[in-house]
Design a protein around this ligand. Structure first.
Ligand code: ZN
Length: 81
């Protein structure tokens, strides 16, 4: 389990909005973006806005993605204040 990789989707504020199993998507960042955003027009807009996708290991996922996905990260606290 712990050697699994995950694609994470990071919004322009640096907050992780989604994740997907790396083995399900494969190694290409384009494929990860496609998974989260099926329409090419939307992908272009998101790339211009600063959305990013990164492949991370389980430890990094726990550290970076989990607080965001649970809504307990700094980004959300800042957005709410
Ligand atoms: Zn966050």
């Amino acid at each position: 389990m712990s050697d699994r990789k995950f694609w994470i989707r990071i919004n322009p504020q640096g907050c992780v909005e989604g994740s997907a199993l790396g083995e399900y998507i494969g190694p290409l960042v384009e494929d990860a973006h496609k998974q989260f955003t099926p329409r090419v027009r939307d992908r272009r807009r998101e790339a211009a806005e600063g959305y990013r996708h990164e492949l991370v290991g389980h430890d990094e996922w726990k550290q970076r993605a989990e607080p965001c996905l649970l809504g307990s990260c700094q980004h959300r606290k800042q957005a709410a204040s």
